[in-house]
Write a protein that binds this ligand. Structure first.
Ligand SMILES: [Zn+2]
Length: 225
């Protein structure tokens, strides 16, 4: 079955995952080559079908990943889990519901926010105040990555000073998962950090990908001082 309909411009995110592995290895004194090889092995195991395995070999692991490349949404999910296994071993938590308890997937999101703020999305960050970025700019970034339709089901509500509620409708999106939302927790945290916010807390208790909230919207509670 063709999955072309679900393709998104995720090249820059995948590129970011690889750079995250490198930065994490450097920080933790891990052998980068070994970890990258382990992540590739894990991704191929997690791919699930021979077609997907072949896709990873041909399009992701065979050379340089271009920021503008289009990938099916499943690629990032496989990557996030493979990265966690390679960096933390099997059984490590794949997601978190709070920035107070970071894990590999949330740290990867945080890393990407820092990196994109300095590179591809620099214009979206420069000179912005945290509240203005969250109210107006975050949506532009979301639209750029996931398309007009997904962005039309996305809302940001100002609850009070330094307190916002971000609601995302992931229903029907191939990317929807607890791991993906965990990168969202980290991305929001990293973006606000980049914009100078202090004492940032991002929580994501209600997740549509969670059995307890099946079919519901994903809500992120964001506070800072
Ligand atoms: Zn969620």
């Amino acid at each position: 079955m063709s999955e072309a309909g679900n393709d998104r411009q995720l090249g820059d995110f995948i590129k970011g995952r690889l750079l995250f592995i490198e930065a994490y290895c450097q920080e933790q004194g891990l052998d980068k080559e070994k970890v990258l090889a382990a992540a590739q092995d894990a991704a191929l195991r997690l791919a699930g079908t021979p077609e997907r395995e072949q896709f990873l070999k041909d399009k992701v692991f065979s050379g340089v990943v271009l920021a503008s490349a289009y990938f099916p949404e499943w690629v990032d999910g496989v990557f996030l889990e493979a990265m966690t296994v390679a960096l933390k071993g099997p059984g490590a938590p794949l997601y978190t519901t709070s920035s107070r308890r970071p894990c590999i997937t949330s740290e990867a999101g945080r890393f990407n926010a820092h990196r994109q703020a300095e590179t591809v999305f620099k214009a979206f960050f420069q000179g912005k105040k945290p509240q203005d970025w969250l109210k107006y700019t975050f949506l532009s970034i979301y639209r750029q990555c996931y398309g007009v339709e997904a962005a039309s089901k996305f809302s940001v509500e100002e609850v009070g000073p330094g307190h916002f509620k971000v609601t995302v409708d992931n229903r029907g999106l191939g990317k929807a998962s607890r791991m993906d939302c965990s990168t969202g927790v980290g991305y929001l945290y990293g973006a606000l950090e980049q914009l100078g916010a202090l004492n940032i807390v991002v929580t994501h208790d209600q997740c549509g990908a969670d059995a307890a909230f099946a079919g519901k919207l994903c809500v992120f509670d964001v506070t800072w001082t």
